[in-house]
Design a protein around this ligand. Sequence first.
Ligand SMILES: Cc1cc2nc3c(=O)[nH]c(=O)nc-3n(C[C@H](O)[C@H](O)[C@H](O)COP(=O)(O)O)c2cc1C
Length: 197
Amino acid sequence: METKNIYLIWAHPRRDSLTAQVVKEIQQQAEDQQITVDTLDLYRMDFDPVLRMQDEPDWANPHKTYAPEVHKLFAQMQGHDTAVIVFPVWWYSFPAILKGYIDRVWNNGLVYGEGGALPFKKIRWVALVGGAEDKFELYGWRKNMSDYLINVAGYLGVTDVDVTYLYNTIGVEEDIDNREEHYQALFTQSREMVKTL
Ligand SMILES: Cc1cc2nc3c(=O)[nH]c(=O)nc-3n(C[C@H](O)[C@H](O)[C@H](O)COP(=O)(O)O)c2cc1C
């Protein structure tokens, strides 16, 4: 299935971050391919990631009413066939604001459970990794993250899922001679991901 509409979710405190630049590259590439992109910038919208009582699932009632923000963001996802989720790897996981988005918005009765469904047919995770690829592999972090991200999507019925890792964003664990060239290669890698959609 060819992608027509992307729902792009991203998490980074800075607008001038590498993560933000990767988001721009993805938006630009999608535009070049005539794919519509709607973007959810979790930090700039000041998303509250803390799941409180109001958003706790009631396992006996899939029709529970959650916070208005949750229903609003759930409605916003509709009509998009693909989700692209961009984030920096923090402690071999994703930023709390993104975890909280999933905790609260991807809720029971909305995206899973009785009557629930995620609108996406495809999910692409894009993870910016500070360190080097070999260490990420060696200590099992890549497998760990991929298993987790792919299985979360699978639990929600999405099997067309992939994770793109952009390595060496800091360039400390591995000598990067030409930082600008390295970042350009990461941007190209991000664009290539969009070309496969
Ligand atoms: C709280 C925190 C935790 C981090 N944990 C990791 C980590 O577990 N592994 C890693 O390779 N890099 C880690 N990093 C580095 C980030 O992945 C890196 O800063 C990011 O990919 C760079 O992109 P940015 O310029 O958009 O922030 C961490 C950074 C922060 C701020």
